[in-house]
Ligand binder design. Structure first.
Ligand code: 87F
Length: 541
C-alpha cells in the first residue's frame, strides 16, 4: 500500500484547496493518506467500515442503503423489513415531530395514545377499506404456550382502534370538533422488497383523527394539514413536493378523497407518496355509529335530531427521512439540510508537528461552546486516535452541514477555516463574528439544497399530450404531467400496459391543486377522450 504521512496543515501550506478524493486514516499507529484509487478505498472500507463504495448514479438502490448505514442512520435487524433507527435518525424524527406538534396544537389537536392491538371485530367492521389491505395485517395468535382463543391484530393504522371511542365520547355538538393525534409505530407485513425508511414492516408515524359537525370545517382541515406536511418537506427537509389529490384508484378506499404531497426522486425516476390527508366523509361515522345531537335539527323540529359527524385522518411517517436522504445525499454520503441536521457544525482540530495539541483542542472546545450557547447544534471531534483527514471524511459521510477546522495558523490569525458540506466551499472566518457568519451560512445551505432539489425535479418533469410521448418520457424516468379523462379504467389500463418484467407499471401520482390551463379540446393522452384535468404520472415507490 502506498503511504505518505502528511498533515492537512502541511497540505494547505502546499497550496491545495481541496480534500476531495483523499482520505486520511490511521491504520494501527500510522496515519495514512490514500488518494482516490478504488482498490485502496475498498481496503479502507474493509479496515474502517467507512466509505461509500457505490456512486449515486451507478446503482442508486445500493448507494442509498450504504448511505443510510454509513451515515449511521440505521442498522439492519434480524427480521426482514425491520430496522434499528440510530440516534441521527431519531433526532431528525424528533425535530419534525416538534415542528408538527407546535402547528397542530394551534389547531386545537390533542395528543392521545391508543393501544397497539385491534380486536378482529373492530378491525373487520369497515370491510371496504380493509379488503385490499388484509394480507398486510399481522396477528398475534399465541401467548407463551397457549393459543389465544381470539387472535388479535397489530395496528396497521388506527381508524378501527379509535372510532369505537369516538362513538362513545361524542354525544352532543359541544363534543365537536374532536381532534386527536398520536405518535406511534404501526406494522404492515409488506411482501415487496423492503427499503430502509421507505418501505419497512414496522415504521413510525403520527396519525391524526378528527371529527366535525360540518363538511366545510372538515374540508378546511384536510388542506390546512396538507400545508403543514408541505412545509415539513419544503422548509425543514428542503425537499420540493407537489400538493394534489389522489385518483379514485389511489385514494384511501375508506374515504371520500385523499389529499397528498408527492415527492419525486430523479435518481430513480420514481414518485413517492410523502404524506396524506384524507377526507373520510361520513363512511366511518355510519359504520361506527358516530353521531351528535344537532342543535339546528332540533330547532327545525326534525324527526331525528342526530347527525353523523364528518371525519378526517392524516399521517406522515419516517419515510420522510428516507426521501430526504435520497434527495440530498451524494457520493460522499448523507447531506443534512441544516434545520434538521442532528449536528449542524463539527469542529475539528488540525494538529501540526511540534505544536502543542492541547492548545488546539482547547480552542476547538471553546468554539464549540460558543456555538452551543448560540443555539447551534455543535460537536467537537477531539478523538486522538484518528487523523483529521479521516475525521473530515467521517463527518462528511454523516452529512454535517458545516465543518470548522482549527490549526496553528488559524490560532495565530484568530480565525477558523469553515467548509460547506453541500458544495465544498471553504472560507476563513474571523473568530469575532463567527456566530453571525455560521447562522448565515446555515441559512444559505438550507436554501441552496432546496433550490438544487427543485431544479433537479423540474428538469425531470415533462408535459406530454399523447401516448408515444408519454412512453418516451417514462423510459427516460420522467415525472410526467399529462391531460387525463379521469377514468378509473384508463388508469388501470395504463398501469397494465406499462408493467415491466421486474416492476409495477406507471400510475397517477396526483392531480396537482395548481392546474395548468386546459383547453376545451384537449384530449386524454391515453384514451383520446376529452381531458378533464392535468395529472402527474410516473413509476413510484
Ligand atoms: C394496511 C393494512 C390495513 C393503509 C393499511 O393514511 C389497513 C391499512 O387502512 C390502511 N395500509 N391504510 C390506510 C391508512 C389511512 C390513514 N390512516 C391514518 C393514513 C394516515 C393516518
Amino acid at each position: 500500500m502506498a503511504m505518505s504521512v502528511q498533515s492537512t496543515e502541511g497540505k494547505r501550506a502546499l497550496g491545495s484547496t481541496s480534500d476531495e478524493n483523499s482520505v486520511v486514516l490511521k491504520s494501527s499507529s500510522t496515519p495514512v493518506r490514500v488518494n482516490g484509487q478504488s482498490s485502496l478505498q475498498k481496503e479502507i472500507k474493509k479496515e474502517t467500515r467507512l466509505g461509500i463504495s457505490t456512486k449515486k448514479d451507478e446503482d442508486f438502490g445500493k448507494w442509498y442503503s450504504e448511505v443510510c448505514r454509513c451515515g449511521d442512520m440505521l442498522d439492519y435487524y434480524d427480521i426482514k423489513g425491520c430496522y434499528i433507527l440510530k440516534p441521527p435518525a431519531v433526532k431528525v424524527w424528533g425535530i419534525l415531530r416538534a415542528f408538527f406538534d407546535a402547528e397542530i396544537e394551534k389547531m386545537g389537536v390533542e395528543e392521545y395514545y391508543f393501544p397497539l392491538f385491534v380486536s378482529p371485530s373492530c378491525l373487520e367492521k369497515e370491510k371496504d377499506h380493509i379488503k385490499g389491505f388484509s394480507p398486510e395485517v399481522a396477528w398475534v395468535t399465541r401467548a407463551g404456550e397457549s393459543e389465544l382463543s381470539i387472535p388479535i391484530a397489530v395496528r396497521p393504522t388506527s381508524e378501527t382502534v379509535i372510532y369505537p371511542y369516538f362513538s362513545k365520547w361524542i354525544r352532543g355538538h359541544r363534543d365537536l370538533p374532536l381532534k386527536i393525534n398520536q405518535w406511534v409505530n404501526v406494522v404492515r407485513w409488506e411482501f415487496s422488497d423492503p427499503i430502509p425508511f421507505i418501505r419497512s414492516r414496522e415504521f413510525l408515524w403520527q396519525e391524526g383523527h378528527t371529527a366535525f359537525a360540518t363538511k366545510t370545517e372538515a374540508d378546511k382541515e384536510v388542506f390546512d394539514i396538507l400545508q403543514i406536511y408541505s412545509d415539513i418537506y419544503e422548509k425543514l427537509l428542503a425537499v420540493p413536493v407537489i400538493k394534489g389529490i389522489k385518483s379514485e384508484n389511489e385514494k384511501f378506499a375508506g374515504g371520500l378523497y385523499t389529499a397528498t404531497v408527492e415527492a419525486f426522486i430523479p435518481s430513480s425516476g420514481r414518485g413517492i407518496q410523502a404524506a396524506t390527508s384524507h377526507s373520510l366523509g361520513q363512511n366511518f361515522a355510519e359504520i361506527f355509529g358516530i353521531s351528535f345531537e344537532n342543535k339546528e335539527r332540533k330547532l327545525e323540529k326534525k324527526e331525528t335530531k342526530r347527525s353523523l359527524v364528518w371525519q378526517n385522518s392524516w399521517g406522515i411517517s419516517t419515510r420522510s427521512i428516507g426521501v430526504m436522504v435520497m434527495t440530498h445525499g451524494d457520493d460522499k454520503g448523507l447531506v443534512f439540510p441544516p434545520l434538521v441536521a442532528p449536528v449542524q457544525v463539527v469542529v475539528i482540530p488540525v494538529p501540526f508537528n511540534g505544536f502543542d495539541v492541547n492548545i488546539i483542542y482547547e480552542a476547538c472546545e471553546a468554539v464549540k461552546s460558543t456555538l452551543l450557547a448560540a443555539g447551534i447544534r455543535a460537536k467537537s471531534d477531539n478523538r486522538d486516535t484518528y487523523a483529521c483527514g479521516w475525521k473530515y471524511a467521517d463527518w462528511e459521510q454523516k452529512g454535517v452541514p458545516l465543518r470548522i477546522e482549527i490549526g496553528p495558523r488559524d490560532l495565530a490569525k484568530n480565525q477558523v477555516r469553515i467548509v460547506r458540506r453541500d458544495n465544498g466551499a471553504k472560507a476563513d472566518l474571523p473568530r469575532g463574528d463567527l456566530i453571525e457568519q455560521v447562522k448565515d451560512m446555515l441559512g444559505k445551505i438550507q436554501q441552496s439544497l432546496f433550490d438544487a432539489a427543485k431544479r433537479g425535479k423540474d428538469a425531470c418533469t415533462q408535459k406530454v399530450e399523447n401516448w408515444d410521448d408519454f412512453m418516451e418520457a417514462l423510459s427516460q424516468k420522467k415525472l410526467i404531467l399529462a391531460p387525463w379523462c379521469d377514468e378509473v379504467e384508463v388508469e388501470k389500463l395504463v398501469k397494465e400496459r406499462t408493467k415491466t418484467e421486474t416492476g409495477a407499471g406507471a400510475k397517477t401520482l396526483c392531480t396537482p391543486l395548481e392546474q395548468p390551463d386546459l383547453n376545451e379540446d384537449t384530449l386524454c393522452f391515453a384514451s383520446g377522450k376529452p381531458a378533464k384535468k392535468w395529472s402527474y404520472w410516473g413509476r413510484s415507490y
